[in-house]
Design a protein around this ligand. Structure first.
Ligand code: SAM
Length: 208
């Protein structure tokens, strides 16, 4: 661990797993599509791809991607979130760990796609973001994709103000050898414009 407390832990006290899962269960029951992130990623891949769900939380996305024929490894630092994932999909791989020290988990690199959805990047511990992006980039195979979704204003974040700008994020990606391929305003692929409150970004690792 880096020793720094992530913003998610500050917000939730590390006890949010059940409540978070119930929130999505209620959304699904009321007819909302809770699988937009998984559908977005699946459209970029052929089964069976290796996917790292970085900050997997309760496993909502990794479980869906597994149903779609992919191999998913979920990593999260919050035991209350992982407990739900382990209960709901006991045969899937769920690892407790800090994304800033992903190398310490001894994962085989060469993932086809690493996903950091649900505001994982803005909710990291302050100052650890460049290290996390570096670790995610290093986990990818050449040509592999980093897919992220992040709020850029308070309306799209569980924070009172944005913690990370898109320019900073793109800079950390560039420093880590990644290239921006696509950017959207939603997981449905709506076009991104300057000033959008949310960004779904696809960066790639060079093939050579
Ligand atoms: C809002 S939740 C999103 C969960 C999931 N990606 C989703 O979209 O349903 C943010 C998650 O990021 C995780 N997280 C924050 N910092 C982390 C870190 N340094 N290492 C691993 N997970 C982290 C939190 O524990 C939390 O589960």
């Amino acid at each position: 661990m880096t020793g720094q407390r992530d913003r998610w832990a500050d917000l939730t006290g590390g006890q949010a797993g059940e409540e978070y899962a119930q929130r999505f269960a209620r959304l699904a029951e009321s007819g909302h599509d809770i699988h937009g992130e998984a559908a977005f990623c699946a459209a970029l891949l052929k089964p069976a791809a290796r996917i790292l769900d970085a900050g997997c939380g309760t496993g909502r996305i990794a479980i869906r991607l597994t149903e779609l024929g992919h191999y998913c490894t979920g990593v999260d630092v919050d035991p209350s979130m992982l407990a739900v994932a382990r209960r709901d999909a006991p045969t899937q791989e769920w690892l407790l760990g800090d994304l800033a020290r992903l190398d310490a988990l001894g994962l085989n690199p060469g993932f086809d796609l690493a996903l950091a959805a649900g505001n994982v990047i803005p909710l990291l511990a302050p100052g650890t973001e460049p290290a996390v992006v570096r670790q995610l980039a290093a986990a990818l195979r050449p040509g592999g994709l980093l897919v992220t979704g992040m709020g850029l204003d308070a309306a799209h974040l569980p924070l009172s103000e944005p913690s990370v700008t898109l320019a900073e994020f793109d800079h950390w990606c560039t420093q880590s050898g990644l290239t921006l391929r696509q950017r959207y305003a939603t997981w449905s692929g709506d076009p991104y414009d300057e000033g959008c409150g949310y960004a779904v970004s696809v960066h790639s690792r060079p093939t050579t």
